[in-house]
Design a protein around this ligand. Structure first.
Ligand SMILES: [Zn+2]
Length: 270
C-alpha cells in the first residue's frame, strides 16, 4: 500500500531547502544543481563555470532545462562579470545523471573554469514550452490509451496515442481540454520512492519517456483535481503551476500514424 499523501509537496518545502538524498548534493564536478526541478519559474541564477570544452559549458547550478522527455532544451545567455554575454543556443544532458551542458552559439568566447556568471533564460520561450508541456498532461487525461510518443515545440505540441479505429473527435477533445485548462487546476511536482512507482505501473502513461530517477526517488507531476488527480505521472519537465496559465488551445490536427497510432497536434488558440 502506498501513501502518496505522506509526501510533502516540493512547493511547501520553502526556499533554501536542500534534499538530504544524493540527488541534490553536488558530489561530482559533472553534476549540476537543477533549480528548474523544484521551481520552474526561476528565470536566472548566479552560477560558477565548472568546465568548458568543445561540447559546451557546465555550471555548478542552472535554470536551463536540458532536452529530454519530449521538451526542447532552453536557450538564453550567460552573463560574465565583465558584462560580456555568451549566447546559449541549446541545452543538452551530459553523461552524468544530473549533468547539464549549455551549448554556446558558434564562435562564442569560452569562459574560464571558476568564472562567475549569471545564467539567464529566454523566459518568453520557456514559458510557452511550460504552457504547452502542461497542456499535454491534460491531453493524457482526456484521451484514453497508452502514449507512444510526444514532443513539445515552441507554440505547438503533440502526443501519439495507442488507440484503435478513428474514434477520436477533434471538437470533443478540444472542448474537454479547454474546460480542464479554464478550471484552474493546481500543477504540483512531488517525489516518490522507486519501489512505490514500481508498485503502481499504471502511473506510467508514456512508454517512450523514462522519468528522472536515481537516489531511490522518482519525480511525479500531479494535476490536482477536486476528486483526486486529473493527471498523475512521472515527469522531469517544466510546467506552469496552474492549468489556467496554459490559455485556450485548439486541436490543429489528428493524424493516423499506423493502424493503432493516433497523433494529436495542439496549438495555442491566441
Ligand atoms: Zn511533464
Amino acid at each position: 500500500m502506498i501513501c502518496l499523501h505522506k509526501i510533502v509537496p516540493v512547493a511547501e518545502m520553502g526556499p533554501g531547502f536542500r534534499r538530504d538524498d544524493k540527488s541534490f548534493v553536488l558530489d561530482s564536478a559533472d553534476m549540476t544543481e537543477l533549480l528548474f526541478r523544484d521551481d520552474a519559474y526561476i528565470r536566472s541564477c548566479p552560477a560558477r563555470v565548472t568546465a568548458a570544452d568543445a561540447r559546451g559549458i557546465r555550471l555548478d547550478r542552472t535554470v536551463f532545462y536540458p532536452t529530454g522527455g519530449g521538451q526542447p532544451g532552453d536557450v538564453g545567455v550567460l552573463r560574465l562579470a565583465s558584462g560580456a554575454a555568451i549566447a546559449i543556443v541549446d541545452t543538452v544532458k551530459g553523461e552524468g545523471p544530473d549533468e547539464v551542458i549549455h551549448v554556446p552559439a558558434p564562435g562564442a568566447a569560452s569562459p574560464e573554469p571558476g568564472a562567475e556568471v549569471t545564467a539567464e533564460l529566454d523566459w518568453e520561450r520557456r514559458h510557452r514550452l511550460m504552457r504547452m508541456h502542461s497542456c499535454l498532461h491534460l491531453l493524457c487525461a482526456v484521451v484514453p490509451g497508452g502514449v507512444t510518443g510526444g514532443q513539445v515545440s515552441d507554440g505547438r505540441g503533440r502526443l501519439d496515442f495507442d488507440v484503435p479505429g478513428s474514434s477520436l473527435d477533434k471538437e470533443v477533445i478540444a472542448a474537454r481540454l479547454n474546460e480542464l485548462i479554464a478550471a484552474g487546476h493546481p500543477v504540483v511536482p512531488r517525489w516518490i520512492a522507486d519501489e512505490e512507482l514500481a508498485a503502481r505501473p499504471e502511473l506510467v502513461r508514456t512508454m517512450s519517456v523514462k522519468p528522472p530517477s536515481g537516489a531511490g526517488q522518482v519525480r511525479l507531476l500531479e494535476i490536482v483535481g477536486p476528486d483526486g488527480a486529473v493527471d498523475l505521472q512521472p515527469c522531469g519537465g517544466t510546467h506552469v503551476s496552474n492549468t489556467a496559465e496554459i490559455g485556450p488551445v485548439t486541436i490543429a490536427k489528428i493524424e493516423n500514424k499506423g493502424r493503432q497510432n493516433r497523433r494529436i497536434i495542439i496549438a495555442f488558440a491566441e
